[in-house]
Structure formats: structure tokens, C-alpha cells
Design a binder for this molecule. Structure first.
Ligand code: SAM
Ligand code: DTB
Ligand code: SF4
Length: 342
């Protein structure tokens, strides 16, 4: 079998290799993605994260897709940092609904010291409620990443969003290198990395390949790779962006799975307008994580009942962090045996 389809953990992907994966016949690509998925993960388990916007809007950055940038009139009412007690309540509701991870998002370029202290307290509360914790607060220094780690943060989300080449057409207020520096600070603090991007910004297939290749060629693969479909928000520069062919979105999920076999690939923003059948293809192509709950940060997400019914129809179940660990160990043991006996 060719090297690209082997499911090995690699950090030396080349652009022609990744473009070749995108160019495979759809059935071959999805078949191999599912095969690699099964070698590393419980096939019918999906990790569930709930998002909460803890500080909304009035962001100084100019990300062309984002409803929270102060530069675009999207009709969004800005909100100050939430009280810790409000976050505690929302986390308890998310846990009761079945989420295992709680992700707090803030519309910052980077957090201020005073706000970070409050957020550290939020993290302690969410952690003690028995949820995994995740935060996405913009750029971090190594010291800030360490402060979050010390508060009990498990994951930090910071996306590359698109290819280095296309990035400048989407964001001008910070560089690709700024993003890579934050990812390095997050890793150095011992946090798990959640890092992915957006499909539907007007990027080419080569840009998609470059994004996924950049993620896979990081010193360590992110534990979690969110693949967002652009949510077109009126008032943003990308409100009129062309629709993504749903099958091309599925291809991006499949390539992410093949490049980063052990990562949780998250079918992220965009599910609300996606049919159950396309979501099913995404799961078949190796997605094994979702955002769960009626809202993302400021835009909609499928109703809990719709997700419950889809999971029931597909025989999917929510993955607990303990089961995830156990499955990883069992599957890896099998994999290593297979590798040594081959
Ligand atoms: N402000 C912080 C930052 O950008 O680093 C954290 C929050 S920001 C909203 C997190 C991510 O959400 C972005 O990097 C982008 O990938 C995603 N996102 C934002 N708006 C989106 C949209 N309209 N459609 C899809 N994804 C979006
Ligand atoms: C990610 O990759 N997607 C989430 C999360 N990380 C923070 C955010 C999606 C935001 C969609 C637009 C909104 O709801 O504001
Ligand atoms: Fe601000 Fe993050 Fe939105 Fe960019 S994506 S405008 S940094 S909230």
C-alpha cells in the first residue's frame, strides 16, 4: 500500500502527496480514511464538546469570516466577560446534556492579565464540575499558557484557519507566524492542542492541502483538529462566499484523518445547515468529534434532539474521556502487535 495511505504517524508530508489524496476517487479516499480511523479509534464513538462565548464581540482583529470583529456590522451586541457563576451554571447544563468537554471562547486578540485571572477561575470551576476544559482566547505568551495550565486547562484551541499562502486574504491584523508561536507556547506549557481551520473561505484545493499539511507537519499532531465549514454571517466580508460542494468538505475531513490518524477530527461549525446524510459521510470519513448544543459562539448549531436522533439512527455513542484512553491503548496494542508480526 502506498505510503500516504498507510496510517503511519508522519511529520514529513509533501504538497504533492496531500494533493494526490484530495484527487483520489471519492470512494477510495473515504474507504482508506475509514480504515485508518478504525486502526486508531473506537469506530462508533464521538467526542462531544459544548461551546460558550464568555466574552462576545468588539474584537480588534479583522478575520473576514468572523461576526465578532468590531470592523463589521453584523448586528451582534457586544458582551463583557461573563461572571464565573454564569459559566459554572452553563457548564453544569452542558454536562447534564451529555457533553464531556466545555470550551470557553473569547473575542480577544490576546487576553489581558486581569481577565486571564478570572478565566483561570472559570477553568477551575468547570474542571471541578467533572468536565474536560478547553479555551480559545487568541494569542498567548508562554507565561499565559502556563497560567492556564496551572488552573487545570486541558486543551487550548487556536486555529491556523487556512494555508499560509491564502491567509493574508482573510486576516491582516496578525500573521501566520503569530499563530504558530502561540501553538508552540501552548505545547511548551503541556496543554493539549486543538487546531484546525475553515473550508469555504474561497480557498483552492491546494490551500486546503497546505492547511492540513501544515497541521500534520507540526512537531506533534494536534490532539483535536476542528474542520469548520464557513458560517456565512451577513455583514462580514465573506457573507456572499460561494457554497462548498458538500463532497469536497467530506474530502477535507478524510484527508485530515489520513494525515493525523490519532487526532480527533471535529466536524465543527456548519453542521446546522448540513444534511444528516452529509454529516454521516463526514463520520464515515473519520470525523469523531462534534460541537454539541444549540449554539456555537454566536451562531446556531443543531438542536440537541436532532443530534440525539441522528446518533440513534447511526448507532453512534458519546465518547467518555476514560473510554477514549482505554480504546487508544487497546487499539494501539493491537496495532503494534500487527506491526511487529508483519
Ligand atoms: N478570538 C480567538 C481567536 O480567533 O483566536 C478565539 C475565538 S475565534 C471565534 C475561534 C475560531 O472560530 C476561528 O479561528 C475560526 O476558525 C472559527 N470561526 C469564527 N467565525 C467562523 C465562521 N463564521 N465560520 C466558521 N468558523 C468560524
Ligand atoms: C472552532 O474551530 N470552531 C469554533 C471553536 N473552534 C471556537 C467556533 C466556531 C464559530 C462559528 C461562528 C460563531 O458561532 O460565532
Ligand atoms: Fe476576533 Fe477571533 Fe473573530 Fe478573529 S476569529 S475577529 S480574533 S473573535
Amino acid at each position: 500500500m502506498s505510503h500516504e495511505l498507510s496510517g503511519c504517524i508522519r511529520h514529513d508530508w509533501t504538497l504533492p502527496e496531500v494533493e494526490a489524496l484530495f484527487a483520489l476517487p471519492f470512494m477510495d479516499l473515504v474507504f482508506h480514511a475509514q480504515r485508518v480511523h478504525r486502526a486508531h479509534h473506537e469506530p462508533n464513538a464521538v467526542q462531544m464538546s459544548t461551546l460558550l462565548s464568555i466574552k462576545t464581540g468588539a474584537c480588534p482583529e479583522d478575520c473576514a469570516y468572523c461576526p465578532q470583529s468590531a470592523r463589521y456590522d453584523t448586528g451582534l451586541a457586544p458582551e463583557a466577560l461573563l461572571e464565573v457563576s454564569a459559566v459554572r451554571e452553563r457548564a453544569a447544563l452542558a454536562k447534564a446534556a451529555g457533553a464531556t468537554r466545555f470550551c470557553m471562547g473569547a473575542a480577544y486578540r490576546s487576553p489581558k492579565a486581569r481577565d486571564l485571572r478570572v478565566i483561570a477561575q472559570m477553568i477551575r470551576e468547570v474542571h471541578s464540575a467533572g468536565l474536560e476544559t478547553c479555551a480559545t482566547l487568541g494569542m498567548l505568551t508562554p507565561a499565559q499558557a502556563q497560567e492556564l495550565k496551572d488552573a487545570g486547562l486541558d486543551y487550548y484551541n487556536h486555529n491556523l484557519d487556512t494555508s499560509p499562502e491564502f491567509y493574508g486574504a482573510i486576516i491582516t491584523t496578525r500573521t501566520y507566524q503569530d499563530r504558530l508561536d502561540t501553538l508552540q507556547a501552548v505545547r511548551a506549557a503541556g496543554l493539549k492542542v486543538c487546531c484546525g481551520g475553515i473550508i469555504g473561505l474561497g480557498e483552492s484545493v491546494t490551500d486546503r492541502a497546505q492547511l492540513l499539511l501544515t497541521l500534520a507537519n507540526l512537531p506533534e499532531h494536534p490532539e483535536s483538529v476542528p474542520i469548520n465549514q464557513l458560517v456565512k454571517v451577513p455583514g462580514t466580508p465573506l457573507q456572499g462566499a460561494a457554497d462548498v460542494d458538500p463532497l469536497d468538505f467530506v474530502r477535507a475531513i478524510a484527508v485530515a484523518r489520513l494525515l493525523m490518524p490519532r487526532a480527533h477530527v471535529r466536524l465543527s461549525a456548519g453542521r446546522e445547515t448540513m444534511s444528516d446524510a452529509v454529516q454521516t459521510l463526514c463520520f464515515l470519513a473519520g470525523a469523531n468529534s462534534i460541537f454539541y448544543g444549540e449554539k456555537l459562539l454566536t451562531t446556531g448549531n443543531p438542536e440537541i434532539e436532532r443530534d440525539r436522533s441522528l446518533f440513534a439512527r447511526l448507532g453512534l455513542k458519546a465518547q467518555t474521556p476514560a473510554a477514549e484512553l482505554a480504546a487508544g491503548e487497546t487499539l494501539m496494542a493491537g496495532h503494534e502487535e500487527a506491526a511487529t508480526s508483519a
